[in-house]
Design a protein around this ligand. Structure first.
Ligand SMILES: Nc1nc2c(c(=O)[nH]1)N[C@H]1C(S)=C(S)[C@@H](COP(=O)(O)OP(=O)(O)OC[C@H]3O[C@@H](n4cnc5c(=O)[nH]c(N)nc54)[C@H](O)[C@@H]3O)O[C@H]1N2
Ligand SMILES: Nc1nc2c(c(=O)[nH]1)N[C@H]1C(S)=C(S)[C@@H](COP(=O)(O)OP(=O)(O)OC[C@H]3O[C@@H](n4cnc5c(=O)[nH]c(N)nc54)[C@H](O)[C@@H]3O)O[C@H]1N2
Ligand code: SF4
Ligand SMILES: [Mo]
Length: 668
């Protein structure tokens, strides 16, 4: 029988907006995908990338069958094999490695390709299986850890404002965040705020498309955000605009922090941040006298050596102004701290404690690993110091399995490739990190080719290995029901049946929501201000400002990390790689627009065309993340020059804190 079916799903990509989508299916084929008009955050729109998702699921380069490598590592030459052959070979190799080297020699390297709680990184997919084998633990610290820890030290959680409440703000600071590129659905709420008179300020070393749309742009020197926060608070104190009652009731460490603030008059702040003193003062005055003030600070700030401290200091601002009293005030970094699903890591399945491997440290930690199992990740595009990673992946004694949808650079180094389903083909449970909803993704169509979901792959592998632990065989619906069973009040009324039927549900929080109006989830119930001398930790680039250039590698408009990096239309729109260079830096190097340069440092180089532009300040150059090295002239993207250095908290990455030079690429 033919008929049209509307299937409710959710965008799985690593983006704060986690959109609700509707897939129209005819005769078992997905015909159309659109943003759900009924969902209050999606409001009917997807984005320039995901508007091509259906096309992407049917792309000719999709991996449809299990593959075994036939050429040397990196060659990308494979032969098709059956699932049975693939699982047999994997089972034999894994058993051999466990017997000879112990389970910890296996590194399950799970990335952010899907944020699903069943198939992707939020739900620790495959963890039960890895625990039975005794594999190393994987710390997924590639994206937001320094900021999350900085916030948690201040607030007890990285959770904060409900982004929808930006509509109620009177002053909006877009701080180290490129809203119109990296999660544009917030913009409608910002516009609602503006319609009520809100003033919008972008604080970013780059004049981004978001900064273009703001009322004001402050071009801050990279890695100096905490200094700006302190300078703004200096003005607040000078105006005697601090909220004494809130400070007394809900904060600790104020005397110490107040002294720190007193050391940051606007002139000093201006000198450190590169923002004119007059502009610091003006914004300080606005902050002093505008309630509520909403701060959107996302991951850009914390991809720096002092990024954790910077987030903590920024989180202190609404503690001083009392903005947390109001739903339209406070800081919005990520809402994931408000999500309380029952994520059971099943450590009981481990025979003994195992070591943790850090996702950001692949280049150095790979050395003593015997099996690298990559899923929903593309480290040769996305992880720091790709030249060293490439060397590591080429090692003959390393057994590499990659579960993938597309033939990435990382796939080229796999011994075995397993075809992975895409979001329209599997089931999943989602929460946003930029909103307050849970979403259900119902499969719309059958898997392409012989692709299998993450959950099904691990169930089959467990069976192949003859593992008897019953929980390894739980179905997707059982796993989902388990996730919803935490008993946390925020899940009140949310059942799997309702979620499947309705597609999305708001978690049970008040609306509007003022999470810290009456205190914080810290041991004392109070916001913990940073200690004196700890509030501002300068980044590498802030410490060594001089003749070297600081490279920033932010989100690309047309890719989502490296996902879509092979989509022909999005690649066409992205044009050739460019590096933005300030006119003064271009002139002193004799460079002009259109010239091809090596962006180079001690780690290596990538190629880009110079675009001379006042969008970047003197001393700053910028080139976005996300390109596939093998589809890029020169075979490298910015991660060829990104150091595998730690940020100040959680061993976070320093993607925007690297020193580089520009050299003309010799013409051949
Ligand atoms: N289109 C698109 N959307 C995406 C992504 C993508 O790749 N493409 N990636 C997704 C993912 S995984 C994430 S984590 C988010 C990331 O998105 P964002 O949180 O927006 O993070 P970034 O793009 O890294 O940086 C944001 C801004 O911070 C600025 N910045 C860099 N250093 C500093 C600094 O020291 N101080 C200040 N004030 N600003 C600084 C950058 O110039 C940039 O404009 O976006 C998600 N959304
Ligand atoms: N220079 C620089 N580098 C960065 C950043 C930066 O700002 N600058 N940002 C960093 C950030 S914020 C992040 S989050 C990381 C992301 O880094 P990664 O986590 O490695 O994410 P991607 O590069 O997008 O690769 C995800 C892969 O997963 C695959 N995939 C998608 N869904 C599934 C699925 O359901 N199953 C399986 N098996 N595979 C799937 C996709 O095809 C894709 O190839 O990159 C980081 N890299
Ligand atoms: S990438 Fe972000 S904006 Fe685009 S559809 Fe997915 S969740 Fe929505
Ligand atoms: Mo991320």
């Amino acid at each position: 029988m033919s008929g049209e079916l509307r299937v409710l799903g959710a965008c799985p990509l690593d983006c704060p907006d986690t959109c609700s989508w509707i897939v129209t299916v005819e005769d078992g084929k997905a015909m159309k995908m659109r943003g759900n008009p009924d969902q209050p955050y999606t409001r009917g729109a997807l984005c320039v990338k995901v508007n091509r998702y259906l096309e992407h699921t049917q792309a000719p380069d999709r991996i449809l069958y299990p593959l075994r490598r036939t050429g040397p590592k990196g060659s990308g030459r494979f032969e098709r094999i059956t699932w049975d052959e693939a699982l047999d070979e994997i089972a034999t190799r894994l058993r051999g490695i466990v017997d000879e080297h112990g389970g910890e020699a296996i590194w399950p390297y799970l990335g952010t390709g899907s944020l699903g709680y069943l198939q992707g990184c939020e739900g620790v997919a495959g963890r039960r299986f890895w625990n039975v084998l005794g594999a190393a633990k994987h710390a997924m610290n590639i994206c937001s850890v320094a900021g999350s820890l900085g916030l948690a030290r201040a607030q007890g959680t990285a959770g904060g404002m409900d982004p929808e409440n930006f509509a109620q703000a009177e002053l909006i600071l877009l701080w180290g965040t490129n809203t119109l590129t990296s999660g544009h659905h917030l913009w409608k709420f910002i516009q609602d705020g503006r319609a009520n008179g809100a003033h919008v300020v972008a604080i970013d070393p780059i004049r981004t498309r978001t900064a273009d749309q703001a009322d004001e742009h402050l071009a801050i020197r990279p890695g100096t955000d905490a200094a700006l926060a302190l300078g703004l608070l200096h003005v607040v104190l000078a105006e005697n605009a601090q909220d004494e009652e809130y400070l007394a009731l809900h904060t600790e460490g104020w005397d110490d922090f107040r002294q720190e603030i007193m050391e940051w008059p606007v002139e000093r702040t201006a000198e450190v941040t590169g923002i004119p003193a007059e502009a610091v003062h003006r914004l300080g005055m606005r902050l002093a006298h505008t309630r509520p003030t909403a701060i959107r600070a996302t991951m850009g700030i914390q991809r720096h050596e002092g990024g954790g401290a910077a987030m903590r200091t920024i989180a202190s601002i609404p503690g001083v102004t009392g903005d947390w009293r109001h739903p339209g005030g406070g800081v919005a970094y990520s809402t994931s701290g408000h999500v309380h699903l029952n994520i059971d890591r099943r450590n009981d399945l481990l025979a003994k404690p195992v070591r943790t491997r850090y996702m950001t440290r692949l280049a150095s930690e790979l050395q003593d690993v015997k099996c690298l199992w990559v899923y929903a990740a593309n480290p040769l595009a996305s992880t720091s110091d790709t030249n060293r990673i490439r060397k590591g992946l080429a090692r003959d004694d390393l057994f590499t399995v990659v579960m993938e949808q597309f033939p990435t650079d990382t796939v080229d180094y796999a011994d075995i490739v397993l075809p992975a389903t895409m979001q329209t083909e599997h089931m999943d449970l989602h929460a946003g990190y930029g909103h307050m909803y849970l979403l259900w993704n119902e499969p719309a169509v059958a898997p392409a080719g012989e692709a299998l979901s993450t959950t099904e792959t691990f169930r089959r592998l467990a069976a192949h290995m003859g593992l008897t632990e019953p929980s390894l065989y739980d179905s997707d619906l059982e796993l989902a029901a388990d996730l919803l069973s935490s008993g946390h009040p925020s899940l009140e009324g949310i059942t799997l049946d309702r979620l499947r039927k309705e597609g999305w549900m708001r978690m049970s929080y008040p609306q509007p929501f003022a999470p810290f109006a009456d205190g914080f989830p810290t041991p004392s119930g109070r916001l913990r201000f940073p200690r004196r001398g700890k509030a501002y930790v300068p980044s590498l680039s802030a410490r060594t400002a001089g003749d070297r250039l600081t490279l920033i590698t932010p989100a690309a408009h047309t890719f989502l990390n490296s996902t879509f990096g092979n989509n022909p239309e999005l690649l066409r729109r992205a044009k050739d790689p460019v590096v933005l260079v300030n006119p003064a830096d271009a002139e002193s190097r004799g460079l002009s627009t259109g010239q091809r340069v090596r962006v180079v440092n001690h780690n290596g180089y990538f190629l880009a065309d110079v675009e001379v532009s006042d969008r970047v300040a003197k001393g700053v150059v910028a080139s976005p993340k996300g390109r596939w090295p093998k589809l890029t002239t020169g075979g490298a993207n910015p991660n060829a020059v990104v150091d595998e250095r730690d940020a100040d908290m959680g061993k976070g990455a320093v993607y925007h804190d690297n020193l580089v030079e520009l050299e003309l690429e010799p013409l051949v």
